[in-house]
Design a binder for this molecule. Structure first.
Ligand code: NAD
Ligand code: 0WE
Length: 259
């Protein structure tokens, strides 16, 4: 379904990354893949993964740096001419801001979380626009903490709320160009970004006991949804947040003995 399409993927750190699950699904549907990673030290992990899916475009881009963003898109244009799919699977907040009280978030911590986790979507999408003359699909990753309070998610929850609104405003701007912009709201997955969170395992267990489908979300689940949003099947969907969470978000209350 994605044969002849090119996808530029941001956010692979290792083989647990959501971006890696998405890359595998897009590859399985025939897309040509290009990768960008955020830190020089990640190249040794990302390169073999990318190469295993036939990719040879593997470029560094720290999304806090406009020059690096310009460079990676200039190289993309040089190599591919145009692209069809942009995957944004990037978030960061200082560790101290993912514990304790949200009210204690510093100005700098708030700004950093929003710069890396939200502004980057806008910056990458703007840079991708001229490479999508025939339309395209932009997919980003969000989380339930955007809309309901998830203890310790704190400043990331506020950033994800902003990310989801950013998806809607971008969708309005880019719709006339045939570029769709959507978010996937994923249930908790034990990635590098999650491994640092104390009690994450218990949190996943509680998730699976409360979610209607009574199971964890997998990378393959997210990949399948991303391939749908990237492809023609979702041609009339834009500005949307698609829940890939085993139904967790629909629940109001659980019986005491299951909670
Ligand atoms: P991950 O650690 O594998 O991916 C996060 C990526 O962000 C890494 O590749 C990291 O290098 C990149 N990054 C951080 N700062 C960057 C910068 N300045 N420039 C460029 N890249 C930078 O973890 P993940 O869980 O796969 O996270 C991917 C996305 O999925 C994030 O947006 C996260 O909020 C979202 N998400 C995760 C979960 C979960 O439970 N793991 C659930 C819902 C949404
Ligand atoms: O979006 C995320 C995680 C994002 C994240 C994780 C880290 C850990 C390491 C952003 N920045 C950092 N910075 C670090 O230094 N998720 C949806 C996973 C997640 O994180 C939580 C969760 C869930 C779920 C934090 C607290 C509570 C629940």
């Amino acid at each position: 379904m994605l044969a002849g399409k090119t996808a530029l993927i941001f956010g692979v750190a290792n083989d647990h990354s959501i971006a890696w699950g998405i890359a595998q699904a897009l590859h399985a549907e025939g897309a040509t893949l290009a990768f960008s990673y955020g830190l020089p030290t990640l190249e040794k992990r990302v390169r073999p993964l990318a190469e295993s899916l036939g990719a040879d475009f593997i470029e560094l881009c720290d999304v806090t740096d406009d020059t690096q963003i310009d460079t990676v898109f200039a190289k993309t244009k040089e190599r591919f001419g145009t692209i069809d799919i942009l995957v944004h699977a990037i978030a960061f907040a200082n560790r101290e801001d993912l514990a304790g009280r949200f009210v204690d978030t510093s100005r700098a911590g708030f700004a950093l979380a929003h710069d890396i986790s939200v502004y980057s979507l806008l910056a990458l999408t703007r840079a991708a626009m001229p490479l999508m003359p025939n339309g395209g699909s932009v997919v980003t990753m969000t989380y339930y903490g955007a809309e309901k309070v998830v203890p310790s998610y704190n400043v990331m929850g506020v950033a994800k709320a902003s990310l989801e609104a950013t998806v809607r405003y971008l969708a309005n701007d880019l719709g006339p160009e045939g570029i769709r912009v959507n978010a996937i709201s994923a249930g908790p997955i034990r990635t590098l970004a999650a491994s640092g969170i104390s009690g994450f395992r218990d949190y996943q267990k509680s998730f699976a006991s409360k979610a209607p489908l009574r199971k964890q979300v997998t990378l393959a689940d997210i990949g399948a949804a991303a391939a749908f949003l990237a492809g023609p099947g979702s041609g009339a969907i834009t500005g949307e947040t698609l829940y890939v969470d085993c139904g967790y978000n629909i629940m109001g209350m659980q019986p005491l003995d299951e909670a």
